[in-house]
Design a binder for this molecule. Structure first.
Ligand code: ADP
Ligand code: MG
Length: 258
């Protein structure tokens, strides 16, 4: 890339829109009000950890950001583009936002390599050879290139979750969402997945991670957001949140998990 183009690109970045904006977002499941006036901005390159009791709306919020769920009131913008029912906007969002779930969600009948190349080939129209080279690059980054020809069922939970991370990265997302990626894992496998996520954070990736791994939060989070009963109750830097929580609800939550 020429110097001139680089200058233009970095100038554009300084007034780039936030990676994610939630503006008074509300959502109901029937009569149940699960997201209550949620407002939050995530800057490009920022790492946000979301925590809170079970049922507080963390997954629903994350799923609204890549429109696996739809909100009924308020606005959500991803990379400056508002989420609407327009199919093209949905396509654009899904390309920019990678998601990793608690339960891995790999395709059991496809090899690790095929899991990683499926979307790049069919959604990004990437030639198979290029998609495979890219997949091997990311499988190497998550330290399991030797598993490429195996099926998910032949891998440990920690290895499967690292495949899920590699698979998401193969779409070259600008933003990565994690929903309790280590909570289905045996304790000895949690570290290898967290290490992978720390390495990803070190690349400058914009991340929202729902997790109760407070060591991880302290290590990488710019901000911790505490949710309870559909609301953001408190947010701030990890040290402030964990050492001097302001609300009784956060104090209670911390006393239960730490
Ligand atoms: P968390 O991830 O914080 O545990 P969730 O976002 O999964 O919380 O759930 C928030 C609330 O919404 C819970 O009361 C849950 O039972 C309810 N809920 C989640 N998904 C659905 C759904 N598809 N239909 C009806 N209720 C749901
Ligand atoms: Mg959840």
């Amino acid at each position: 890339m020429s110097a001139a183009i680089e200058t233009v690109a970095s100038a554009a970045r300084t007034d780039a829109p936030p990676a994610i904006t939630l503006d008074r977002v509300n959502k109901w499941f029937g009569a149940l009000h699960v997201l209550r006036d949620i407002s939050m901005e995530v800057a490009l390159g920022e790492r946000v950890v979301v925590c809170g009791p079970s049922g507080s709306g963390k997954s629903t919020m994350i799923r609204c950001i890549n429109r696996l769920e739809t909100h009924q009131d308020g606005r959500i913008l991803v990379d400056g583009k508002e989420l609407t029912d327009d199919v093209r906007s949905l396509d654009a969002i899904r390309r920019e936002v990678g998601m990793v779930f608690q339960s891995f969600n790999l395709f059991p009948h496809l090899t690790v390599l095929e899991n990683c190349t499926l979307a790049p080939i069919w959604v990004r129209r990437m030639p198979k050879k290029d998609a495979e080279a890219l997949a091997m690059e990311y499988l190497t980054k998550v330290k399991i290139p030797e598993q490429a020809k195996k099926y998910p069922g032949q891998l440990s939970g920690g290895q499967q979750q690292r495949v899920a991370i590699a698979r998401a990265l193969c779409m070259k997302p600008k933003i990565m969402l994690f929903d309790e990626p280590t909570s289905a894992l045996d304790p000895e496998m949690i570290k290898e997945v967290l290490d992978t996520m720390v390495a990803l954070a070190d690349t400058g990736m914009t991340m929202i991670c729902v997790t109760h791994e407070m060591g991880f939060a302290r290590q990488v989070a710019d901000r911790v957001v505490f949710m309870d009963r559909g609301e953001i109750v408190e947010s701030g830097p990890p040290d402030t949140m964990f050492n001097s929580p302001q609300t009784d609800r956060l104090k209670l939550f911390l006393s239960q998990i730490l």
